[in-house]
Design a protein around this ligand. Structure first.
Ligand SMILES: C[S@@+](CC[C@H](N)C(=O)[O-])C[C@H]1O[C@@H](n2cnc3c(N)ncnc32)[C@H](O)[C@@H]1O
Length: 205
């Protein structure tokens, strides 16, 4: 199927052979996707429907779709030892965990915290940021934090760092994030660029 001149495959569809380059995209992400969420593969990226009529969503995507700004952000933000130590104290190691980083941007959180997650899904509305996150080990998923195309109760950790305040329906975003957390696991929200704050515990665990 071709959409707008770009290669497009609907995830979960059995129609037509997947090209081998696309298998790498679909296989690891597929178990976590809602079958009816309309996620498609566009130019090698898993993409869910996003309401870009929403001016806040469009503005965020616009900023992080600028390569220079995204690269500068990646270099300069949330990369210090204090930030790393506070997140690690709050949430522990990411080793062998299934992680969802909502609003992952270019991947700052993983770049700073490190570890060897079992699965690391990065959700964002910016293709450029997701491309950068992919390079450091995220499974990128272009989707809106208000309406995540992911199944419920599978994640060991759902992290939102400096994301919540960019979303105009914060309660909805938190509900969506909480929905993903498997029973007994935990969800953390980092309050943004303020270095002095602890990650805030919002879920069980
Ligand atoms: C300030 S950056 C934080 C990036 C990263 N989490 C970090 O800690 O450095 C905010 C991120 O949230 C993303 N974002 C904003 N609104 C979003 C939405 N509705 N759904 C998904 N991501 C969103 C932006 O594109 C951007 O990458």
């Amino acid at each position: 199927m071709a959409v707008g001149g770009r290669s497009c495959l609907r995830l979960g569809s059995n129609k037509g052979p997947l090209r081998s380059s696309l298998r790498n995209v679909t296989r690891p992400l597929a178990p976590y996707l809602k079958p009816d969420a309309g996620v498609q593969i566009l130019n090698g990226l898993a993409v869910a429907p996003i309401d870009f009529e929403n001016v806040h969503t469009r503005a965020n995507a616009g900023y992080f779709d600028n390569h220079v700004w995204a690269s500068e952000y990646f270099r300069a933000c949330h990369r210090d030892d204090t930030f790393r130590d506070r997140w690690q104290a709050a949430i522990g190691s990411w080793n062998d965990k299934v992680i969802v980083d909502v609003g992952c941007g270019p991947g700052n959180l993983f770049a700073t915290l490190g570890g060897k997650p079992k699965a690391l899904i990065g959700v964002d509305v910016s293709k450029v940021a997701l491309g950068m996150a992919k390079k450091i080990g995220y499974m990128p998923l272009e989707a809106d934090a208000h309406d995540l195309p992911l199944v419920s109760e599978f994640a060991d950790i759902v992290a939102l760092n400096a994301t919540l305040h960019h979303c105009d329906a914060m309660a909805t975003v938190l509900r969506e994030a909480a929905r993903l957390v498997r029973p007994g696991a935990r969800k953390r929200e980092g309050s943004g660029c303020s270095r002095g704050r602890e990650p805030l515990s919002l879920g069980p665990g």
